[in-house]
Design a protein around this ligand. Structure first.
Ligand code: BES
Ligand code: ZN
Ligand code: ZN
Length: 498
């Protein structure tokens, strides 16, 4: 797939060559200046006439019409050199591969050194390149009888760089691991709930565990009953699909200490239960397991790259259905922690299943907790569809998550949990907690509820209800599931400092 070559021969022959251009004087230098000469200055003419631009993410294609061995040149505008970020570079590459997609040829070369700056070295650029390539060309296979004509794909990327060949190869590999794992999460989220039941999700996780030699267990209903997971079990009560508590352990340190717990909401379909969703609000609820998918995606990266960290993934998986046996508003349930919960809204089910998952993760030794969940519609109202809501009980852990998110370009923004908010979730007249104490600050209420179970363990909650799917195609993928937080979680774990 990737070939790294250290010197570009003057007669290099390719279907396409990709070149980065910055807004600077001279616009073309080195090999590109030579090509401009070879083409009798016509590249510069295209610049003057506005066909070729160094502006941010401007992709221009130039056909060399037999005047060069390289058939096509793709210029990727990068803006001002001092302003280029890792994130922008990845998006620019994404846009490039979207432009190239569906071409009748299957090979592209990249002049990697034209994409580097003082801040972004060849390894960063290689990571951005392969990650963007993997993400931008993702397509959900779907279920149409008559599949689309098998689209031609780019199968060979030749990377020219003067940097260390082995290091660049390694960076290309890491970028493609990040991209592939994100695509795995996208695939899970895009899969309808009749095909991705809690059992199917557990099977997927077990396969992953076997592939990467993780320790694993899948708790069945009877075991959960013994453990007293009354909050999780209540949500499953109306379903014919058995619940699964999926647990994967990765030990990258000598001893089981400084354990990071990743907890992902795995509601395979959310009808709302008896607090039923309206007919428009229910469509799309197959994606209510995007938190689980993010955690599994991160575990895939961990399995491939094997960082020196200890990680436990805990995924409570069930659907939230209606039947004669389903839980109801006004029910009181007892969680594994012993805390009792008055259910005032069966559609606030995510926090119920996560409560027991958090308690279980702590019991299994998690010293830090990150939960990822499509928890509230409220976060979409508060922050929109491009920013994940973050809430925490620990500044230092939050800072690490924030840094990881900045690096991956997956924006997060913090919302507060005040003492008043905590009082509200404790406001039930008949139980310790109320799972839905009113309309105000939904996203915060969800977090304040989870905080009761994290207790003193450093914890960050990521509400991805707005960011887990997108209605529009974007530089790094199609409409549908985004695979959000896979890369942020993996980056956090790779860099984590206790
Ligand atoms: N799964 C939903 C949240 C959601 C909404 C995800 C839209 C993706 C898109 C969650 O279980 C839910 O229904 N939350 C309620 C909470 C409320 C009842 C306190 C909500 O946000 O309305
Ligand atoms: Zn719900
Ligand atoms: Zn839900």
């Amino acid at each position: 797939m990737f070939t790294v070559i250290q010197e570009m021969p003057i007669n290099a022959t390719h279907e396409a060559m990709v070149v980065g251009v910055f807004e600077k004087e001279p616009l073309f230098s080195g090999i590109v200046a030579k090509w401009n000469e070879q083409l009798n200055g016509q590249l510069m003419e295209l610049v003057n006439e506005g066909d070729l631009s160094p502006k941010k993410k401007h992709v221009s294609k130039v056909h060399t019409l037999g005047q060069m061995n390289i058939k096509r040149l793709y210029f990727v505008g990068l803006g001002k050199e001092s302003e280029l970020t890792f994130e922008l570079l990845r998006e620019a590459f994404g846009k490039l591969f979207k432009t190239v997609k569906g071409a009748a040829w299957s090979e592209v070369a990249v002049a990697l050194d034209t994409f580097t700056t003082e801040r972004i070295d060849a390894n960063d650029a290689a990571h951005a390149l392969s990650e963007a390539f993997t993400l931008a060309t993702y397509q959900f296979a779907g279920y149409k009888q008559k599949g689309k004509e098998q689209e031609k794909k780019i199968e060979q990327l030749t990377v020219y760089t003067t940097a260390d060949q082995e290091e660049v190869e390694a960076s290309l590999f890491v970028g493609s691991v990040y991209g592939r794992a994100t695509n795995s999460a996208r695939m899970l989220v895009n899969t309808p709930s009749n095909l991705l039941t809690a059992s199917a999700l557990a099977d997927y996780a077990v396969k992953l565990a076997k592939k990467y030699s993780f320790e694993y267990e899948v708790l069945e209903k009877a075991e959960m009953e013994k453990l007293g997971m009354g909050a999780f079990l209540a949500v499953n009560q109306g379903s014919v699909e058995p619940p699964k508590m999926i647990v994967l352990k990765y030990q990258g340190k000598e001893t089981w200490e400084h354990v990071i717990g990743l907890v992902g909401k795995g509601v395979t379909f959310d009808t709302g239960g008896y607090s039923i969703k309206p007919k428009d609000g229910i469509v799309g609820m197959k994606t209510d397991m995007a938190g689980a998918a993010a955690v599994l995606g991160a575990m895939e990266i961990i399995g491939e790259l094997r960082p020196e960290q200890n990680v436990i993934a805990v995924i409570p998986a069930t659907d939230n259905m209606i039947s004669g046996g389903a839980f109801k508003p006004d029910d009181v349930v007892t969680s594994m922690s012993g805390k009792t919960i008055e259910v005032t809204n069966t559609d606030a089910e995510g926090r119920l299943i996560l409560a027991d998952a958090i308690t279980y993760a702590k019991q299994q030794g998690a010293n830090y907790l990150i939960d990822v969940a499509t928890l509230t519609g409220g976060v979409i109202i508060a922050l929109g569809a491009h920013t994940t809501g973050a809430m925490t009980n620990n500044e230092a852990l939050f800072e690490q998550v924030l840094e990881a998110a900045a690096e991956t370009g997956e924006f997060i923004w913090r919302l507060p949990i005040t003492e008043k908010d905590k009082e509200r979730v404790r406001s039930s007249a008949i139980a310790d907690l109320n799972n839905s104490p009113g309309r105000e600050g939904h996203a915060i209420m969800g977090a304040a509820f989870l905080a009761e179970f994290a207790e003193d363990t450093p914890w960050v909650h990521l509400d991805i209800a707005g960011t887990s799917v997108t209605t529009k195609e974007h530089d790094l993928g199609p409409a549908g599931a985004t695979g959000v937080m896979v890369r942020t979680l993996a980056t956090l774990i790779e860099r984590f400092e206790p």
